[in-house]
Design a protein around this ligand. Sequence first.
Ligand SMILES: Nc1ncnc2c1ncn2[C@@H]1O[C@H](COP(=O)(O)OP(=O)(O)OP(=O)(O)O)[C@@H](O)[C@H]1O
Ligand SMILES: [Mg+2]
Length: 222
Amino acid sequence: MLKLAHITKSFDLDGQQVSVLKDITLQVKPGEIVGLMGPSGSGKSTLLHIAGLLESPSSGRILIGGEETAGLSDSQKTELRSLKIGFIYQSHRLLPDFTALENVMLPQLIAGQSKQKTVKDATERLTRVGLAHRLNHRPTKLSGGEQQRVAIARALANNPLLLLADEPTGNLDSSTAESVFNLLLELVKYHAMGALIATHNPDLGAKMDRVIHLKDGCIVAK
Ligand SMILES: Nc1ncnc2c1ncn2[C@@H]1O[C@H](COP(=O)(O)OP(=O)(O)OP(=O)(O)O)[C@@H](O)[C@H]1O
Ligand SMILES: [Mg+2]
C-alpha cells in the first residue's frame, strides 16, 4: 500500500537547513494498521504529509499501491491522492456551510461520480459510522465525536487503499476517542486498507498491529 524509502526532509529556516526527517524507510501492507508515535516535534505530521503527497521530501522515494510517485505532475498527484488516499486530521476540517451528507459526498463528486450514486454511498457511509440521523446537520450542530466520524466517512469516500491519520482522536475526550478510534480500526480492517496513524496515546497505540517510534526525525526502537 505504502512504501517510503530513505525519506529525508529539511526546512530552510532563515538560511539554516533544519533536518526534520532523516532516512526514514517503512512499509505499510494491505490490511495493516501501523501506529506512528513519538514526542512533539519528532516529525510525525511531516512524515504523514509526505506519505500523502501533500508535501515533497528533500530526498527519497514514495510508492503508493506499488506506484512510483516521483515522476508525477501536481495534477497527477492530486488525482492519485483523491482516489487512493484518505486523510484524517486532528481537527475535522469539514466544510462549515455543507451538511454532513454533502461533506461526505464531495470527494466522490469531485472524482466525477453521479449525484445519485454519491447520495446513496454517502448515506450508507454515514449510516455505518452511526450517523444516519444526522445527515442534514451542519458541522457546528454536531458533537466533536460526531464531527470526527463524519471526517472518517469522508476520508473513506473513494474506497482508498491507504488511510493516513494525524492524531485523529486527539481533540476528543478519552471515552469518545476510544469509541471513534475503534470504529476507525474496524473500518480499516473491513476494507483491508493500509493505515498509518499518528497518536500520542499509548492505549490507542496498543490497538494497532505495530508501532513505529520516531525521535528527532529517526525511527528508533521503543
Ligand atoms: N514548514 C516548516 N518549516 C520549518 N520547520 C518546520 C515546518 N514544518 C515542520 N517543521 C518542524 O519540523 C519538526 C517536526 O514537526 P512535525 O509537525 O512533523 O512534528 P510532530 O511529530 O507532528 O509533532 P506534534 O506531536 O507536536 O504534532 C518540528 O521541529 C517543526 O518545527
Ligand atoms: Mg503533528
